[in-house]
Design a protein around this ligand. Structure first.
Ligand code: ARG
Length: 578
């Protein structure tokens, strides 16, 4: 349970839900679940993936045709995997590690103990992502978010005042008022309940009707402006606004998102992306690694046992240095160390602005407006610092209070959020001392791991006087600042007000029928091209868009009974603003 979900209007089962969709999901008498059906394009990628007829076909004479895929993160590997299943030959390029921002680091002193440096918690509403989790047989478990079921206790410490809670109801009335104000704000200002009902029913037309009306107004508004302008927060006053930013909804404080467009936040809360998170046992990187190794059973052209790994003899190609068009009209890729190859189609899944910074990309390959969309995009910084401890000592009980001696912590101090990650009794455990975004992440950027840990422990000592956290630390700390990594230059995109038009251009580019020949054949995918940057679901679904685009480009088509994203984009896709 989170602060938000405790409240009736946020409880998926508390609103009346029309009967399930034609495909029969949710007809067991239970309300159909919320899925990450994006209001800009509410296409059911999970149904598309599950359809027995598959994602389409290419003419058999094209079997074995090479298609370049830049980036071996989730988006690139989903793209490559599905292209392989269609009988094409994906050629994956990777500058660093298989996994992208699903990167898991092991503590050298105990290599079985791991830390997820990027994506670490995956909402169950992300059904396309879980399609691959299930396919690959990965084990998942509830993530210990603030006040979640899996979290034994949570401490909220604001302005030096500390509140201990094992369930949301343990918190003072003030926090209930904050959550109520947010609930009222999204209902009054953004038709929250209606939208969730439409999403549960997978009613594409209804979702679009609701969203298209809100969108032009909301694109002008920041997250903070939306809250400040709402009647409920006006009535409640500044302290409630402030605490809302610090405690937030679902996953914790979101005030570092205050300058971003409210559209970004609405997409998250409508689709429960901030709720019911699970983590992947053994680390999130297991998913991309398993995709790389997996040999699908139902492939066109390739013999049984073929996997991405086997097609690449074990390793992807190197970093891409240059993308251009050759004399024959094919796309030419030069690696950082000089090897060159040409392809009829290329899918680029790295952060899109790397195409103007890290990769020398011929300008004529994209329309000028698309370059603007890539250049103007806003990426969030994000930093995490982990330590390994000898055991989950936080479960020890303070004899005086009867409380856990240390809890999952939300604070207005530099740390902002501390997560306790248990690997079982008497096993080494992990503390994510601090997970921060934007300005809060920049405050850590210049400091090395030890300096970060020292400051973080200092903050925790003020919150938990007398608890010797440092005395439990073993091995070296692990820290990351995604903005400092030249292959990412930021953690994930977050659009600012007025950026909707850019996002629309990026997202719809995979349908290339209106582009001149000279700009076709190169596709963009990745979470920053999706409408939900910072969620793996967006990486998966934009990868599937790119697969559709490549198939179309090469002269193939969707299976007749299973229309793909590009087949429905004109009807249900993002609208154009003037
Ligand atoms: N999904 C990530 C998490 O759960 C963070 C993404 C947040 N997106 C944002 N615009 N702040 O931590």
């Amino acid at each position: 349970m989170t602060i938000a979900t405790e409240l009736p209007a946020f409880d998926p089962s508390s609103t009346s839900t029309p009967p399930a969709d034609a495909a029969g999901r949710g007809t067991d008498g239970h309300a159909a679940p919320i899925t990450m059906l994006n209001p800009d394009f509410p296409f059911s990628y999970d149904h598309y993936l599950a359809h027995p007829d598959g994602l389409g076909s290419v003419p058999p004479e094209l079997y074995g045709t090479e298609v370049a895929v830049i980036g071996a993160g989730v988006s690139g590997l989903v793209t490559a995997y599905e292209l392989m299943k269609l009988g094409l030959r994906p050629v994956v390029y990777e500058a660093d590690q298989i996994g992208g921002r699903l990167r898991t680091a092991a503590f050298p002193a105990a290599p079985g103990v791991v830390a997820d440096l990027g994506g670490m918690r995956f909402p169950v509403s992300g059904k396309a992502f879980y399609h691959y989790v299930d396919l690959l047989g990965l084990q998942t478990q509830d993530f210990p978010n603030p006040l979640a079921e899996a979290t034994s206790s949570t401490v909220i410490e604001l302005a030096g005042k500390k509140h201990y809670a094992e369930k949301p109801g343990d918190l003072p009335l003030f926090f209930r008022e904050v959550a109520d104000a947010w609930k009222a704000a999204v209902n009054d200002g953004a038709k929250f309940v209606q939208m969730q009902d439409a999403i549960k029913a997978r009613d594409m037309a209804r979702i679009k009707d609701l969203w298209n009306e809100l969108l032009p107004l909301m694109d002008e508004q920041t997250f903070y402006g939306f809250i400040a302008a709402s009647d409920s927060f006006k009535k409640a006053g500044f302290a409630h606004r402030e605490a809302f930013g610090q405690v937030g909804f679902g996953t914790g404080g979101w005030d570092t998102d205050f300058p971003n467009s409210i559209l970004e936040i609405l997409r998250v809360v409508y689709t429960d992306a901030d709720d019911q998170h699970r983590f992947i046992r053994g680390g999130a990187q297991r998913l991309p690694e398993a995709l790389w190794q997996h040999a699908p059973s139902d492939m066109a052209h390739w013999p049984a046992g073929t996997s991405l790994s086997s097609l690449h003899s074990g390793s992807p190609r190197g970093a891409v240095g240059k993308i251009s068009r050759d004399q024959d009209g094919n796309l030419r890729i030069r690696e950082r160390w000089g090897r060159e190859a040409s392809y009829p189609a290329v899918v680029s899944t790295c952060q899109s602005w790397l195409l103007s910074t890290r990769i020398h990309t011929e300008e004529a390959l994209f329309p000028a407006e698309l370059w603007t969309a890539m250049e103007r995009s806003h990426y969030m910084q994000s930093s995490k610092t982990f330590v390994m401890v000898d055991r989950p000592f936080w479960k020890d009980i303070d004899p005086e209070t009867g409380n856990d001696i240390l809890s999952m912590t939300l604070t207005d101090r530099l740390n902002r959020a501390t997560y306790l990650l248990d690997n079982g009794p008497d096993q080494p455990a992990v503390i994510l001392l601090s997970y921060t975004w934007n300005d809060d992440a920049l405050k850590w950027l210049a400091l090395d791991a030890d300096e970060r840990v020292e400051l973080m422990l200092h903050s925790l000592e003020q919150i938990y006087p007398g608890v010797d956290i440092a005395g439990h630390i073993v091995g070296q700390p692990i820290t990351v600042s995604w903005e400092a990594d030249p292959n990412f230059m930021g953690a994930f995109k977050a659009n600012l007000p007025g950026h909707y038009r850019y996002q629309q251009r990026l997202f719809t580019h995979f349908k290339q029928d209106r582009l001149p020949e000279s700009q076709r054949g190169i596709f963009l995918a990745g979470d920053d091209v999706s409408f939900t940057a910072g969620w793996a679901e967006g990486a998966v679904t934009t990868g599937l868009n790119a697969v559709w685009g490549v198939v179309k480009h090469l002269g193939g088509a969707s299976a007749p009974g299973n229309p793909g994203p590009g087949d429905l984009l004109d009807e249900f896709g993002p609208i154009s603003l003037d």
